[in-house]
Design a protein around this ligand. Structure first.
Ligand SMILES: Nc1ncnc2c1ncn2[C@@H]1O[C@H](COP(=O)(O)OP(=O)(O)OP(=O)(O)O)[C@@H](O)[C@H]1O
Ligand SMILES: [Mg+2]
Length: 259
């Protein structure tokens, strides 16, 4: 199967009447890994939430197309079924639902009725992937994210990603809170997924993740827009020099979207 294409075109998003995204353009072609960087509060998580259909985020203009289909017209669960996946910056805790049950129903939600994954296969797959991610097997039976440490939540997001195998994943600060070894383990899990039918948008602040996962393209967001795009050398320059040179290049005084 050829990979899916995600096209974000002139996306404008408001939160409670305030415009946060002011015309984001970005295209991920099948199998590509893109990184999005940018100062705090410039709209990176807003972009992720708006694409996934969080009700607080109102799209006032623009389009998000997955293989030409308008994602913005889909219900939230339809977006996931169409192949989109979001690993959130702050994953929520769901008491009363075990991690394993959540994963199994997420996988089955992507399958036709009657074609559900067998319990045996599910457990075998989950065990193998938990091994890759160096996760304690007890995590499977705990309530989803409840009491998980910051790093355990992040690993668990990648476990979901590896089990669900979406067409396009948006990973919001998947490296935050990970210890040095866990960073490598998580990066290895994401790299294992690299193939022509999996595209990824990696939101991160740090080069350390991109040392392990080499992006095809790097984008910088400021003031609710993608203001610069380049190859891996762009994130290396940001790591060395920060954002001031881009602000100067663009004549931006203040990086906040509220300016
Ligand atoms: N639910 C919300 N209610 C009110 N304001 C919000 C909400 N979500 C985001 N904002 C505001 O929108 C702006 C962009 O926030 P966003 O979380 O997208 O930034 P970010 O680029 O992901 O920053 P960071 O690097 O710190 O994660 C911020 O000024 C934030 O306060
Ligand atoms: Mg964020």
């Amino acid at each position: 199967m050829a990979g899916s294409t995600l096209e974000i075109k002139d996306l404008h998003v408001e939160i409670e009447g305030q415009e946060i995204l002011k015309g984001v353009n970005l295209t991920i072609n099948g199998g590509e890994f893109h990184a999005v960087m940018g100062p705090n509060g410039t709209g990176k998580s807003t972009l992720a939430s708006a694409i996934m259909g969080h009700p607080k985020y109102e799209v006032t203009k623009g389009e998000v197309l997955l293989d030409g289909e308008n994602v913005l017209e889909m219900e939230v669960d339809e977006r996931a079924q169409a192949g989109l996946f979001l690993a959130m910056q702050y994953p929520s805790e769901i008491s009363g639902v075990t991690n394993s049950d959540f994963l199994r129903s997420s996988i089955n939600a992507h399958r036709e009725e009657g074609d559900e994954i067998s319990l045996m296969k599910f457990i075998k797959d989950m065990d193998a992937k938990m091994d890759t991610l160096d996760m304690d097997k007890n995590m499977a039976q705990r309530y989803l994210n409840e009491g998980f440490s910051g790093g355990e939540k992040k690993r668990n997001e990648i476990l979901q990603l590896m089990m669900i195998e979406p067409a396009i994943a948006i990973l919001d600060e998947i490296d935050s809170g990970l210890d040095i070894d866990a960073l490598k383990v998580v990066a290895q899990g994401i790299n294992e997924m690299r193939n022509d039918s999996f595209g990824c948008l990696i939101i991160t602040h740090y080069q350390r993740l991109l040392n392990y996962i080499t992006p095809d393209k790097v984008h910088v967001m400021m003031q609710g827009r993608v203001v610069k795009s380049g190859g891996p050398e762009l994130s290396q320059r940001l790591e060395a020099e920060g954002y001031d040179w881009i602000k100067q290049e663009l004549g931006i005084e203040d990086e906040t979207v509220n300016a």
